[in-house]
Design a protein. Sequence first.
Length: 248
Amino acid sequence: MVLYAGQGDPQRTLALLWRGIAADSARTSRGPKPALTVDAIVDAAITVADESGLDGLSMRAVGERLGRTAMSLYTYVPTKRELIDLMYDQAHAEISAPARSPGDWRAEVESWAGELQTCYLRHPWLLQVSHARPVLGPHEQAVLESILRALDPAGLPPAGLRAVVSSLFSLVRGSARSIAEARSAATTTGTTDQEWWTTRARLMRELVPDFADRFPLSVRLSCEQVTDWEQAARDAFCDGLAILLKGV
């Protein structure tokens, strides 16, 4: 299931995303503290999604996590659509800007990519939110700004910079998805990777005895037996990142 950002009311969503700015400008206002806060609702929703995915996310589930009814949440967050945008942006607050490495911008980019991948793996549901349309929240924007700052010393023209940044996001998201899928494959299907490949290797030998002659390059590539698909995905990410940056 793929979800697109910005499916809720745009004015309400953006106001909620940038609520910290409004709060700073109204810091002197007095009055009783609210029984709930948007931050508390978003944090609870992230916990629910971490445990059950976006399929298990509902206003009712978030309310139960907070000891509240679903109806009590709507005063703060209009619908689940706005909530997902808020969750997506808040999760990106965990990504630290890469430490400055004068004269070694590639190290900064590698650090940024590793932080982003870790965030995706900590919250796999982020990968269900399409990257085609940004949330336009402060934390998501800060992540983009940090990679642009890291790449600035490379002196790329705008078109080249956009291409590199887009490739980096695609590489990180793709690798995180591969790792997450490798982690869940056995529990989801009830079959280990070893069992899956052993069964199919035997059947392929019986059904397509000339497979190696038909697809020699594929066979050459698979000569090295992979036993840990999560580690293989991590290695592919590191190698792919190095190749990409070498070409910049």
